[in-house]
Design a protein around this ligand. Sequence first.
Ligand code: ATP
Ligand code: MG
Length: 338
Amino acid sequence: PKTIFSGIQPTGVPHLGNYLGALRQWVTLQSEAAKDTTLVYSLVDLHAITVQQDPKQLQQWKKESLAMLLAIGLDPNKSTIFHQSDIPAHAELMWILSCQASTGYLGRMTQWKDKTANEKDSSKKLKLGLLSYPVLQAADVLVHRATHVPVGHDQAQHLEFARELANGFNHTFGGDVLIPPETLISPARRVMSLKDPMAKMSKSHPNPNSRILLTDSEETIRRKIKAAVTDSMDGITYDPEGRPGVSNLIDILYHSDAHPAYSSQDELAKDLADLSMRELKDRVADTVETSIKHIRASYAHFLHDNDHLDSVAAQGAEKAAKSAAITMKAVKSAVGLS
Ligand code: ATP
Ligand code: MG
């Protein structure tokens, strides 16, 4: 039997990178799931508050993110869908794992180094929660005994850490209390920002034109792709190092196409070679619009059904609480807490 676990932060409307890198895979895993596969998907609101959030805004984002998980095709009868903070066991296991986690290892994490790069001179501003973010993430995965975790490339390092924590815990306390999970990286592992193709597309980046939201209208999608940073070289070639902007557009085209006729981005790029940049952008916009328009329509429908959203969250919390309780019992007994 397999258990799939993954999470997304309610830090804004999910974008094309979230979809191609993670969410689309969640839905595929749901549709391919065998009878003995458990699917657990969380809106990780405790992670969201590792950076300052406006409380009203966070509440709204939680609701929007839940509506989005339904809009992409997750089915609450097949998948457990819940808000992380509804299940105290996540924070409780995090504390226990914190007592095993190395601060040196945490300080070397890319996300910590990136998010704190600008605050180097002021340790007052560096928050403990941001440093220990990967410990909470490990607890999320381990508390549900996940065997497989589908994520984008940026989370690979955190999952490596989760495996080491699980193995370390098992080594220290004996037995196989925690299950070291496997990472499932989607083929669209890293969709880049439309404004800075050296950085990944992110919900929290200040420039809204750097990302395509799953709620963007066709017109907005076209406008953002038209304004994407490329280069002034002639013709279209796939060269992520030398031509990151153009290559990101080719990646987006390649991964958005529901019926890919090409076996690689290079092969696709050969067919695009004679297009102008404008023509390439039109083609990318057409394909993106076709691949996400059904989500936009479905989202508008779910967002306004408050009763349904509340009942999905309650149903999810009930299932997640049961799942987490099994692990907590074993963990507390192993550590000597019960
Ligand atoms: P934030 O800026 O608030 O961290 P985010 O866009 O990075 O937002 P997360 O909620 O942190 O989104 O991540 C949700 C999932 O989406 C994770 O599995 C992550 O690996 C994946 N993901 C995020 N950005 C990208 C991207 N640009 N390309 C591919 N996958 C991505
Ligand atoms: Mg992120």
